[in-house]
Every structure is written in structure tokens, then in C-alpha cells.
Design a protein. Structure first.
Length: 257
């Protein structure tokens, strides 16, 4: 079985694959400092809820945008599961060609998202990931990562608003009944929700116009991707596990030489 880790700035998403099947996934917060033993014990507990025992794990792969937890995380995996994880980084075999100015700058999460999208849905494809940042990445039909746009995430924008405007309440990010808000809470929700949709649709429109890929599929992932994809006609596919599947595809390419 394969342990796959998507280490983001806010959460770590863990998935367990048995062959091609995703047996289950779970999340833990990234921002709590943990030792290697704490990681090992927590991962053991989480996979136990999926009815997986450590002895059945024979491989691991990590895509991380948070360098300072990597030593403890990798040490915990080695100690508790007996396997040395593959780290997604420049130079490993992904099958993805990167045509940006500095390929080494591209985040591991964006690499595996692109690999998953092109493998599962074909290209050209625009991958939208609603995380701490909202990213829009364009991948050509032949699997070349052509360009990307990086925006503050919707929740990140909301947190900045609540932090810097003392009288504004923190609110749940959701679609309000109407954009014609008549109170503070729904006015903030309307701005975050419809502002996110407006940003999404305009950026996708501009990417298609300037690239000439007018028929590019649009695939969304990330926690807030579900509610936005349900509202926006610009998004054709929502796959909450896109990054985990990308990790599996990268692992297979690396392990097959």
C-alpha cells in the first residue's frame, strides 16, 4: 500500500492507496509543531480508521510546500512504516514538461495536480486549486505546464479582512441567499462567494483568450472548489482528491523507472 501526503500551508492531506484504489483520506493541521514520533503515531491512528495497519504500508510519497516540517515528517514515516518516502521536487520523473521561466520555482502541489488532470482528463486543461492560495494552471495537450496564476485564497482573504477590520465578524464562507445583502454577515459572504466566482471566471476567460486554448477543460480541486464549481459554468469537473491521485501517478512513474 502507498501512503500519499499533500503538505499544504494550512492542512496535510493523507491518502492510502491499495493499487489504484484510494482506500481513504484524512487531514491534519500543518501549523502544529510535531516530532517524528508524534507524526508517526498520528498517521498510524488515522490510517487505522481506514482499517490499514502499518505493516501493510510499503511505500510513501510527499508533495510539500512547507519545508520546515519535512524532517520530522519523513523521519516519522521511516521510523513507523519502514519506508523512505519519495519527495516530489525538481528532477524526479513526473512525465510533466515544465515550460516556465524557472521550473524549480513551481510548487510540488501544482506539479502533481497538473499530472493528475492531464492523466485523468487529457489536455489542454486548466487546473484550479482553491487552497491557501487559489491557483490557475494551464497544461497543454502533450503534458506541458505552460503558465500559472497565483491569487490569495478566499479563506486567506477573509482572514486578512477579519484581522485588519476589528469590527467585522468572522463568517462562514458560503453562498448567501442573495447578493443584495442587508446585514454585515451576508454582505461579507456575498463578497467572498461571488467575488471568488468572478475572479475564477475572468481569469479562466483570459487564460483561454491569450493561450488560444478555447476548448480547454477546467478542473477544480481544493476545499472551497465544490461550492464554487456548483455555481460557475466555467468549471466542468470538480475532483476533491486530485492531488492525491497525482501523487499516485508520480509514484508509479518513479517506481517504474
Amino acid at each position: 500500500m502507498l501512503l500519499a501526503f499533500d503538505v499544504g500551508n494550512t492542512n496535510i492531506t493523507l491518502g492510502v492507496f491499495e493499487g489504484e484504489k484510494l482506500k481513504g483520506s484524512s487531514r491534519m493541521t500543518t501549523k502544529i509543531p510535531r516530532t517524528s514520533d508524534e507524526f508517526g503515531l498520528l498517521i498510524t491512528e488515522l490510517i487505522g480508521q481506514m482499517e490499514v495497519v502499518p505493516e501493510n504500508i510499503d511505500a510513501a510519497i510527499i508533495a510539500s510546500v512547507v519545508p520546515n516540517i519535512m524532517y520530522s515528517l519523513t523521519s516519522g514515516i521511516i521510523k513507523y512504516f519502514g519506508c523512505n518516502p519519495i519527495i516530489v521536487k525538481s528532477g524526479i520523473k513526473t512525465g510533466l514538461k515544465i515550460a516556465t521561466t524557472n521550473p524549480r520555482e513551481l510548487g510540488a502541489d501544482r506539479i502533481v495536480d497538473a499530472v493528475a488532470a492531464i492523466t485523468l482528463y487529457g489536455g489542454p486543461v486548466i487546473v484550479v486549486d482553491y487552497g491557501t492560495a487559489t491557483t490557475f494552471d494551464l497544461v497543454s495537450k502533450d503534458g506541458t505546464f505552460l503558465a500559472g496564476v497565483t491569487c490569495p485564497g478566499i479563506r486567506t482573504s477573509a482572514d486578512a479582512l477579519f484581522k485588519d477590520a476589528a469590527k467585522l465578524p468572522e463568517v462562514e464562507i458560503k453562498k448567501p441567499d442573495t447578493i443584495l445583502a442587508k446585514d454585515t454577515v451576508t454582505s461579507i459572504q456575498a463578497a467572498l462567494f461571488y467575488g471568488g466566482i468572478g475572479q475564477t471566471e475572468y481569469i479562466i476567460k483570459k487564460i483561454k483568450e491569450e493561450s488560444g486554448y478555447h476548448d480547454a477543460k477546467v478542473v477544480a480541486t481544493g476545499g472551497l472548489g465544490k461550492i464554487l464549481s456548483e455555481e460557475s459554468e466555467a468549471i466542468q469537473i470538480y475532483n476533491p482528491q486530485l492531488t492525491l491521485y497525482g501523487l499516485r501517478f508520480v509514484y508509479e512513474r518513479c517506481s517504474n523507472g
